[in-house]
Each structure stands twice: as C-alpha cells, then as structure tokens.
Design a protein around this ligand. Structure first.
Ligand code: NAP
Length: 233
C-alpha cells in the first residue's frame, strides 16, 4: 500500500479524521482535505507519528473552483489517486418531515451530500482510470436505506438515498477499470454530527470505510455495508 494515495473529504474532524489516521497507519499516503486549510493543518498536527504520511489541502466539495484547484494540485504533487473516501456531509434538517420540509435546506443538503461527492468523484476518476486501480468509498447512512425508509430528516435521508444510487451506478461504469465503488453506514458515531451520546467511537466507525478503501482486486463493488457486513439498500 506504500505508494497508494488516498483522498479523504471533510477530514478535519469526526469520522473523516479517524479514517485519515487509520489509512496512514496502513501505510497509505493520505491527503487530509478540509474546507479550511488551517483547521485541516491543526487536525493533522494531532496525528502523531503517522502525521508525516499525511498531506493537507483545502477542499470545499461544493465549490467547482476548489475541486479543480485541488485536482491540479494532486496531479502535480502525487501524479496519482488510488483511493477516494467521500466522507464530507452535512445534516441540517430541523424538526420536519417530507410534507413540511424546507426545500431550501433540501437543496443545500443535496449540494453537499450528493453533488459535492459526485463532483469530486468526477474530478478524481480520470487519475484512477489512468492507474487502472481505484477504491471509492461513499460514506452514506442507514437513514438513506429505501428498505427501512421512515419519516424524519427528509433532506439528509434523500441525500444519502441518492448517494447510494450514485454508488450503484458508477460501480457498474467503473467495474472494468479496476475501480471498486461501495457505500457504507458508519453507525451512530460520537462526532459533532452524531452527538456526544452516540455509541460508536470515530475509530470504531472508521473500520468499515477503511476496509472498503483497501479492498483486494477481487473485492466487492456496488454494495452497501455496515460493520463490514452487506446491507440491503
Ligand atoms: P461531522 O463531525 O459533522 O463532520 C463533517 C465533516 O464534513 C467536517 O469536516 C466538515 O467540515 C465537512 N464538510 C461539510 N461540508 C463540506 C464541504 N462543502 N466541503 C468539504 N467538507 C465539508 O460529521 P461525521 O459524523 O464525522 O460524519 C462523517 C460522515 O459519516 C458523513 O458522511 C455523515 O453523513 C456520515 N454519518 C455519520 C453518522 C454519525 O452518527 N455521526 C451516522 C451516519 C452517517 P467543516 O469542519 O468545515 O464544517
């Protein structure tokens, strides 16, 4: 894994930071991306021994210029991209359901959780195709599963359902390029999003996305996992 380059979005805190640490521990060169470069650098400074394997770069996944600048920098700096973890997301639903939903908050949520991840994926897949290798991990949520869909958090739920659909679609497209694409739910995680009472630590939650980010060539693609076990969509 030592020459592999992994990109993690939204990695200055929470699950993204735990994924960066775990990938660096496995010997990958990791790019910790953050909307704020300063917050990213601060987060990286707490990584200890593995911090030297981690580069920091600014990236706002909703900003096309930011994605283009990041992609150019990645090309010049590493000349490759092997792993993309689409981790960045927002959860801004108030107490609302589908009928009462503020559609502006739905639009803003889709801009980040769906279109941001999609835009970054489009930008980085050419480098994966060039290397005939890629692992794309879409950090989704059980809240987006159609098979168990319930009321509440409509913007967030729909955004993750759509991310799951994107996962299946591009997994099919990229199957013959050596690129495996999967989605996962990390569980309820003790982060700013999950809250302090959530049962799963960021380190525990990182296990499934890190496993998917380092799958062998005959690994699965187009699937949805939680605790490294396949889930119904
Ligand atoms: P978090 O603590 O709220 O962290 C979210 C990260 O995303 C932050 O680094 C944030 O950056 C970044 N971000 C938001 N918008 C961005 C943008 N436009 N461009 C780049 N980065 C952006 O959330 P988390 O709990 O670690 O969640 C990580 C992933 O797990 C998300 O996909 C989430 O949906 C999923 N998930 C979480 C839980 C849970 O219980 N926590 C459950 C199921 C799924 P800033 O610091 O700049 O805001």
């Amino acid at each position: 894994m030592s020459d592999r380059v992994a990109v993690v979005s939204g990695a200055n805190r929470g699950l993204g930071l735990a994924i960066v640490r775990a990938l660096a521990e496995r010997g990958l060169r990791v790019v910790l991306t953050s909307r704020s470069r300063e917050r990213g650098a601060e987060a990286a400074s707490g990584l200890g021994a593995h911090g030297s394997a981690v580069a920091v770069h600014a990236l706002d996944i909703t900003d096309a210029d930011s994605v283009a600048e990041f992609t150019s920098w990645l090309h010049v700096t590493f000349g490759r991209c092997d792993v993309l973890v689409n981790n960045a997301a927002i959860f801004i639903d108030g107490p609302q359901d589908g009928i009462t939903a503020d559609l502006d908050s739905v639009r803003v949520t889709l801009e980040t959780n769906l279109l941001g991840a999609w835009q970054l994926t489009q930008a980085l897949v050419p480098a994966m195709r060039a290397g005939r290798y890629g692992r794309i991990v879409n950090v989704s949520s059980s809240a987006g599963r159609l098979s168990t869909m319930r009321m509440g958090a409509p913007a967030y739920r729909i955004s993750k359902t759509a991310l799951n659909a994107l996962t299946r679609m591009i997994a099919d497209e990229l199957r013959d390029d050596g690129i495996l694409v999967n989605a996962c739910c990390p569980g309820k995680v003790r982060t700013d999003m999950g809250g302090p009472a959530a049962p799963v630590s960021p380190e525990e939650a990182a296990v499934t996305p890190v496993w998917l980010a380092t799958l062998p060539a005959d690994g699965p693609t187009g699937k949805f996992y939680r605790d490294c076990r396949e889930q119904e969509w």
